[in-house]
Ligand binder design. Structure first.
Ligand code: NMX
Ligand code: MLT
Length: 443
């Protein structure tokens, strides 16, 4: 069998980086990186630096950078399918995993590896098909991944007995298999649930995103471009978001990549996280229904936003735990919209909402970020191409998120990161501590 060039390069890079970390910790291991106050432990650990995630870093003002490159830079630097086209997600995966910008050949190699690994055993489809057709697509997706877990090389090798030094090898093997197979599982769910079980065979000549679009049933070349952009920009958002953190946490128990990724995707399925993309479209449709118009005015939108807030609901697609400016992933999609579909009615509503919502949310003292996030835009672009089944949108996010969380899992195993186990306290113990009573919980 031909040697896996990417695996070899990753092994070399990881070895170098592990030595670097060892040196950093030897010299600086006892330095304080921050302080934790009481409110933070009651409020979602916001602002506590407690994780290492090598693949990307989120800046509150400038948004995400992948290995130091912004989305704008990657649009220039990553290989594309066509001239001046969108970056291919294979390139981003290569960059996140190997910390090196890929050239065209590198990206073709990733495509080729994933094509070769893309076979999904029929029992996985049979398992999904046993679920009621009304089951949410994210539930079907996670069930599919869990069925596929029987294929885990990591789990099998661990059962036989495995040296710690080899953990990353089997994690890498599983991660590559899983990423290669996800588009087929996702497309199966889509075609089963919404297209009368008429499935479409993969096209071995297409790239990962193009083939996914094809299997979903969309062969418009600009839709393929949208998928390339979509699967690139949703891939990673540093380590603390729910899906990345959950995958990392579960992986830290040496659960294999299938178990870890499935756990993360259960988190992505929450409405405050990845499900927000379906919620945005649902919210816009409900607004238009209630207002009895397809072209709501700024004033009508403002009134509807106030009504949403008065009812104690969130405005989906707005706000963020870390970002304090418009999400560059929103901007990238807006640019795509301006280039390919400037007259789409729904996209124009999204743009009008963007003018109306931030000043309203800014006026509410408790809301820290009034600006749109990635989910505010994605659905409207899909609907332009006739992809109207918005309950499915989080599955697209999930396929993309695999790239970041699984690249990270490879790193975590190669660097020998420990099982994650932060300390928790009770309010009773906090009260004692506040009274100055002696408690030994804090060391
Ligand atoms: N609409 C209404 N209220 C909001 C919004 C919003 N878009 N954003 C924040 N708030 C509220 C929030 O619910 C909280 O209220 P309370 O104190 O009553 O619990 C208060 O403002 C303070 O929240 P923040 O500190 O600004 O935000 P936090 O870090 O807690 O939460 C989100 C971040 C993203 C969960 C929150 O902004 C939100 O619920 N947004 C809408 C859902 C959404 O778009 N999620 C997708 C995020 C991106 N992704 O893909 O994962
Ligand atoms: C993400 O892409 O994971 C979201 O923007 C949520 C986050 O970063 O907290």
């Amino acid at each position: 069998m031909q040697a896996d060039k990417i695996k070899i390069l990753f092994g070399q890079e990881a070895e170098k980086h592990a030595l670097e970390i060892k040196e950093i910790l030897k010299e600086h291991g006892s330095k304080k990186i921050g302080e934790v106050n009481l409110a933070q432990i009651y409020q979602g650990m916001r602002g506590i630096t407690g994780l290492v995630s090598e693949t990307s870093l989120l800046d509150p003002q400038h948004g995400i950078s992948f290995r130091g490159y912004s989305i704008d830079q990657l649009k220039q630097l990553l290989p594309t399918h066509k001239k001046d086209g969108e970056p291919k997600p294979e390139g981003l995966f290569y960059l996140m995993l190997l910390n090196k910008l890929p050239n065209e050949d590198d990206v073709n190699l990733v495509t080729n590896y994933w094509q070769r690994r893309s076979h999904v055993p029929s029992y996985v489809f049979d398992t999904i098909d046993q679920l009621p057709i009304t089951t949410h697509p994210m539930t079907m997706f996670v069930v599919g991944i869990m069925a596929l877990q029987a294929e885990s090389h990591f789990a099998k090798q661990y059962a036989k007995g495995m040296n710690k030094k080899d953990y990353w090898i089997y994690t890498y093997n599983d991660s590559m298999d899983l990423i290669a197979r996800l588009p087929r599982i996702a497309a199966h769910i889509y075609r089963r649930k919404y297209k009368g079980n008429h499935h479409i065979q993969p096209d071995g000549l297409l790239d990962w995103a193009g083939n996914f679009a094809h299997m979903l049933g969309y062969d418009d070349e600009s839709f393929h471009e949208l998928m390339r952009l979509y699967l690139t920009i949703h891939a990673d958002h540093e380590g603390g978001n729910v899906s990345a953190h959950t995958t990392h946490l579960v992986g830290s128990a040496l659960s294999d990549p299938y178990l870890s990724y499935a756990a993360g995707m259960n988190g992505l399925a929450g409405p405050l996280h990845g499900l927000a993309n379906q919620e945005v479209i649902k919210w816009i449709y409900e607004m238009c229904d209630e207002l009895k118009t397809q072209t709501p005015s700024a004033e009508q939108i403002a009134n509807y936003v106030e009504k949403t807030l008065t009812e104690g609901k969130v405005v989906p697609g707005y706000g963020h735990a870390v970002l304090r400016k418009t999400d560059p992933r929103f901007t990238a999609q807006m640019e795509f919209g301006k280039k390919y579909l400037p007259d789409s009615p729904l996209v124009n509503i999204v743009w009008k909402i963007y003018e109306v919502v931030p000043p309203i949310l800014s006026s509410k003292a408790k809301i820290k970020n009034p600006w749109p996030n990635v989910d505010a835009h994605s659905g409207a672009l899909l609907i332009h191409y006739g992809f109207e089944e918005f309950e499915f949108y989080t599955v697209l996010f999930a396929v993309s998120r695999a790239l970041g969380v699984l690249a990270n899992l490879c790193w975590a195993r190669a660097l020998g990161f420990s099982i994650e186990r932060p300390k928790s306290v009770t309010t009773e113990s906090v009260k004692k501590w506040l009274k100055g009573e002696e408690i030994s919980l804090w060391d």
